[in-house]
Design a protein around this ligand. Structure first.
Ligand code: SF4
Length: 331
């Protein structure tokens, strides 16, 4: 099965779910199993700073959000977490923060350099930066920069990210794409008022950008944020369809398998949600490194996840995927 045109993406997004399950989803699982050798990528995740200057209308870490305990981890604690990642035998770390202009850029370079010294694959999401900072990150050895476009619709972007600028976002994304770093990017699925056409455009943009990782999840309303007033959660079915379409279009791309299920209170740790995503062709699972005292404060969405390495092994056993297909462990 080939998917190359927006019209084909739209047909799948609009087909009855039962038809999708028996055709496209099965094909995507086959592509993941055969063309991608059932490669499962496990990455550690460290939300090192939850302070953000932006006011994205869907985000529980937006500036001014009442009741959130703010923190910046210091570089010593971050390096200790990186040591812990190495001890756990995980070969990747995803360092993520709010867009915090006061976080010392030298410390960001230092956490990247230290991760590289440990032999880790290092991904970073710290928002929009100047080209010179992206160049400095590349020179420090950063493997992958994660900058989601969130939506390819200018109008919707302006609505959900009122303190950011779509043109600048895309300029940063293009700069990263042209650098020696891999680009991870993607959308939010099922935002209030989002159309199938817009989701199809998002998928076509991910293909055009030739992303390394699709860090996609459905919209999950955070109580107290402006967007939560406008509509409920994004569709799980559309999310699974998007996962399968991406797997067929880009056999080797990494796709987040840590997806929610029916019980929203289980967040991204929902076992059925994770298994469904794996069976739709997703391949990337997370191990959260945040200390328990901070875990609820990294609140981009509510009920994020609090799971360790044992969860990854349990999910792979339940899904019937051979544990050996996990990426090689660090020595
Ligand atoms: S989505 Fe990111 S940039 Fe927007 S408010 Fe949340 S942390 Fe900040």
């Amino acid at each position: 099965m080939k998917i190359t045109q927006k019209s084909e993406v739209l047909d799948i997004l609009r087909m009855p779910y039962g038809v999708f399950e028996n055709t496209v989803k099965k094909e995507a699982r086959k592509v993941q199993r055969i063309d991608n050798a059932d490669h499962i990528v496990v990455t550690s995740l460290l939300g090192y700073d939850n302070i953000c200057k932006n006011r994205c209308t869907y985000c529980g870490m937006r500036a001014g959000f009442i009741g959130l305990k703010r923190y910046r981890m210091d570089i010593g604690d971050i390096k200790r977490s990186e040591d812990e990642v190495k001890k756990l035998g995980i070969s990747r770390i995803f360092l993520i923060s709010g867009e915090d202009p006061k976080y010392d850029f030298g410390d960001i370079l230092s956490m990247v350099t230290y991760g590289k010294q440990l032999g880790l694959f290092v991904s970073l999401a710290a928002g929009e930066m100047s080209c010179s900072r992206y160049r400095a990150l590349e020179a420090a050895g950063l493997d992958e920069y994660v900058l989601k476009f969130e939506t390819s619709s200018r109008d919707m972007f302006a609505k959900i990210k009122p303190t950011a600028d779509f043109e600048n976002r895309m300029k940063c994304i293009e700069f990263i794409k042209g650098s020696g770093m891999a680009l991870a990017s993607g959308n939010i699925i099922g935002l209030p008022h989002q159309t199938d056409e817009q989701v199809a455009d998002d998928i076509m943009l991910m293909k055009e950008l030739d992303i390394s990782w699709a860090p996609i999840i459905p919209y999950m309303p955070v109580p107290g944020t402006p967007l939560a007033e406008e509509g409920g959660r994004g569709s799980l079915e559309t999310t699974l369809k998007e996962i399968s379409i991406l797997r067929i279009m880009m056999p080797h791309v990494n796709i987040t398998a840590q997806q929610p299920g029916i019980k929203i209170e289980n967040g991204l740790a929902d076992v059925d949600g994770n298994l469904n995503a794996l069976s739709a062709g997703a391949n990337m699972l997370f191990v959260d490194m945040l200390p328990a005292s901070l875990i609820d404060s990294f609140n981009v969405i509510s009920h994020r996840m609090i799971e360790g390495m044992e969860n990854v092994d349990r999910l792979l056993s339940l899904s019937g995927i051979d544990k050996e297909t996990k990426q090689p462990q660090v020595q």
